[in-house]
Design a binder for this molecule. Structure first.
Ligand SMILES: NC(=O)c1ccc[n+]([C@@H]2O[C@H](COP(=O)([O-])OP(=O)(O)OC[C@H]3O[C@@H](n4cnc5c(N)ncnc54)[C@H](O)[C@@H]3O)[C@@H](O)[C@H]2O)c1
Ligand SMILES: [Zn+2]
Length: 369
């Protein structure tokens, strides 16, 4: 049996935020990061609640790559405030923190019913607003732990591109390449299906058409809107199909050296595609065909896909090698064995089209250096 699951109600475009006013709730708990408070975005959300006399509290301690400690702190705050609506406002870090908070609060107290989870992504992005995953970092051991549970899927996603207008170019580039990695990995993974293919291809087309525009012109709202939709589509695709070793390796590299998630994916993606082309070359060629790249044969299709990614990375100042991510060479090679072991165990490796060995992953890290 083949399945496609999508439970999140998606509200997008202007006035999408008005959906807040239709939600039955007695108390709201807003999970966000300090930038969202400083920029006034959090006020835009809480003013909707205020207009309808919904009491609320704001937890704004989210840091990039949220830690277990932050999630636990937030869960304790949620248990105290007893909200029945959680609003996650921010990038993947804020949304994942909110998911983790809901999850751990429910585990900690039998009196706590799972609150309604509403996500407002402000990056395009992780697609976390529609996925059953929350990536939490164990800072002590330098490991990113992807938590997966159906209860983590948000009930509502509000896609309002005005919240992404302030994303600086370097973050636009990295998060946009995360979208591309989700979509390409969803397309070539073992578990892809007709529905995930459709969403992945559309997301890839949006990235190649709109990412550079959003990177070059922060105020290009059409590009911002299409990237936000593409991000959500890629999220729906990979939530059903799974991902691959680009993500497994990016989780390991990010956990050890604090490389932003999208940037790690952007650098690793061409190396992973080359490795996967032994088993997924036909899918790479097919992808090159549907997105209009040269694809005479498997080799040409794979090469042109990699070339398109390299060119996009280069146009946005993303380096082609890990050595250019300001990582010390000695520290990197000292960590390769552990990173390869973490990547091998990562959830995403199970759905990679080609089964890697520990040695393959070490070799890939070395190649990408
Ligand atoms: N749950 C999932 O399905 C999933 C999928 C992929 C990645 N992730 C995880 O998500 C996290 C990364 O999320 P991200 O890439 O969205 O970055 P992020 O949430 O860490 O944000 C990156 C930076 O951008 C800033 N920012 C966010 N929105 C902004 C805006 N509108 N204007 C200006 N600055 C803004 C943040 O304050 C932060 O400093 C990682 O921990 C990654 O592992 C989760
Ligand atoms: Zn990702």
């Amino acid at each position: 049996m083949t399945q496609f699951y999508g439970k999140t109600k998606i509200c997008y475009g202007n006035y999408a935020l008005d959906t807040l006013e239709e939600l039955p709730c007695s108390k709201a708990f807003v999970v966000t990061d300090p930038f969202m408070v400083k920029s006034g975005f959090a006020d835009q959300v809480t003013s909707h609640l205020g207009r309808h006399n919904v009491p609320h509290s704001v937890f704004s301690d989210v840091e990039p790559d949220p830690s277990l400690e932050t999630v636990k702190k937030g869960a304790a705050a949620l248990l105290t405030c007893k909200a029945d609506l959680i609003i996650a406002l921010g990038g993947g870090s804020a949304i994942d923190t909110a998911k983790g908070i809901a999850y751990f609060a429910c585990k900690a107290s039998s009196e706590m019913n799972r609150p309604t989870l509403l996500a407002i992504p402000t990056t395009s992005g992780t697609g976390s607003e529609v996925t059953s995953i929350a990536v939490i970092t164990d800072k002590e051991h330098g490991v990113k732990i992807p938590l997966r549970d159906e209860s983590l899927i948000p009930d509502i996603a509000v896609l309002d591109a005005r919240f992404t207008r302030t994303v600086p170019p370097s973050v636009t580039a990295a998060t946009g390449m995360d979208v591309l990695t989700h979509a390409i990995e969803a397309y070539i993974t073992r578990n892809h299906n007709a529905f995930t293919d459709l969403l992945a291809v559309q997301a890839i087309n949006y990235v190649f058409k709109f990412l550079l525009r959003a990177y070059k012109h922060m105020e290009d709202m059409e590009a911002r809107e299409m990237m936000l939709l593409g991000s959500c589509m890629a999220g729906m695709a990979f939530n059903n199909s799974g991902l691959g070793i680009t993500h497994s390796m990016a989780h390991a590299l990010g956990g050890h050296f604090h490389v932003p998630h999208g940037l790690a994916n952007a650098v690793l993606l061409p190396y992973a595609i080359r490795f996967n082309s032994f088993d997924a070359g036909v899918r790479c060629r097919e992808l090159a065909r549907v997105i209009g790249l040269p694809h005479e044969n498997v080799e040409e299709g794979t090469k042109s896909l990699i070339y398109a990614i390299d060119t996009l990375n280069d146009a946005m100042g993303i380096p082609a090698r890990i050595r250019d991510l300001r990582i010390d060479e000695k520290a990197f090679f000292a960590a390769v064995d552990v990173m390869a072991a973490h990547a091998l165990e990562d959830l995403c490796t199970a759905t990679n089209p080609r089964r890697p060995s520990l040695g393959d992953l070490k070799e890939l890290f070395a190649q990408a250096w």
